[in-house]
Design a protein around this ligand. Structure first.
Ligand code: FVH
Length: 285
């Protein structure tokens, strides 16, 4: 079904989203603070709005993809939103999303927040995912249009849930990257070919370790941190050995040290018999 959709924000990501919607045959109205960025989309059939208010007026569904939440508020603050659905795909914090949902509700708009798990060139291609939270009615109303940009997964009425899961996924990514960078420093310091190490050794090992994580997730959910794999004492000694080896090799273990600190903390509480999943208990405030 063809929809009228307005896109506010034509940076790298906003342009890719608007392009995908246009290619799928939707009637797309676009607005950007720097108007020239709309030109390629206008050439493909989009309609240019002179102001955010004109863009909002044009469509029941308004997609915002701006730098941050303050810029979303700045752009929409003087614009009537009653009866509209605002889908805010700008990256932000869960608290900002909840505030934006209340702000939109006060103005008579439905609100869905989105966490984009893709880079611009992945949009409209297999592998791109956007998490949505907030009004389920609004999500269902526009699900087909959302699915044109990326797999659209609804994760709950709490508008903060999509950004929370987005940040959790980024956290997993940064943790993995931190491990890779430390490993890369160690391997290159010994002049071993890094690409060969990465593809032949590291990636299969990481895949095997990732396969353990659903089991950890169950342990964390139940609070049973018993282990048949390796206890904290073994990991404490292993981490000690690792850090020492790094220093002997002339490499700083700085990205590993925070994890060592938490392992040492948990062990010092007399919980050396637990598995690594128990470390999560040290992270709650
Ligand atoms: N690019 C990516 O890979 C990531 C993937 C995951 C999700 N992010 C988030 O998407 C939002 C937009 O990111 P982007 O890549 O499109 O960013 P830029 O190309 O830098 O475009 C920024 C747009 O925001 C406009 N803008 C900035 N400040 C204001 C303001 N005060 N008032 C109005 N518009 C504003 C900017 O306008 P202009 O500079 O062209 O005039 C761009 O349209 C972002 O949340 C990422 O975290 C992308």
């Amino acid at each position: 079904m063809t929809e009228n959709i307005s896109v506010l924000g034509l940076g790298l990501m906003g342009s890719a989203l608007a392009d995908a919607l246009l290619s799928a045959g939707h009637h797309v109205t676009v607005w950007n603070r720097t108007p020239a960025k709309a030109d390629p989309l206008i050439a493909k059939g989009a309609v240019r709005a002179a102001t955010p208010a004109e863009a909002v007026e044009a469509s029941p569904l308004v997609i915002a993809c701006l730098l941050d939440y303050p810029s979303v508020h700045e752009v929409l603050q003087d614009t009537p939103l009653a009866g509209k659905t605002v889908a805010n795909l700008t990256t932000g914090r869960p608290g900002e999303a909840r505030e934006a949902a209340s702000w939109a509700a006060e103005r008579g708009a439905d609100y869905v927040d989105g966490g984009i798990m893709a880079v611009p060139h992945m949009i409209a291609k297999p592998g791109a995912l956007i998490l949505y939270s907030g009004s389920s009615a609004a999500f269902e109303r526009h699900e087909q249009a959302f699915a044109v940009m990326a797999e659209a997964r609804y994760v709950g009425e709490d508008a903060g849930m999509a950004p929370l899961l987005d940040l959790a996924m980024l956290t997993g990514m940064y943790g993995q990257m931190a491990g890779f960078l430390e490993a890369a420093a160690m391997v290159t310091s010994a002049k071993y070919p890094l690409k060969e190490f990465t593809t032949d050794l590291l990636i299969p090992w990481l895949n095997a370790m990732a396969a353990l994580q659903p089991d950890w997730a169950e342990k964390i959910e139940t609070g049973d941190h018993s282990t048949e794999v390796s206890n904290l004492e073994i990991n404490r000694a292993g981490m000690e050995n690792l850090v020492r080896a790094f220093r002997e090799q002339g490499v700083k273990p700085d990205l590993l040290l925070p994890m060592k600190t938490v392992i040492d903390q948990r062990t010092a509480r007399g919980l050396a018999h637990e598995g690594l999943s128990g470390l999560v208990e040290e992270l709650y405030n």
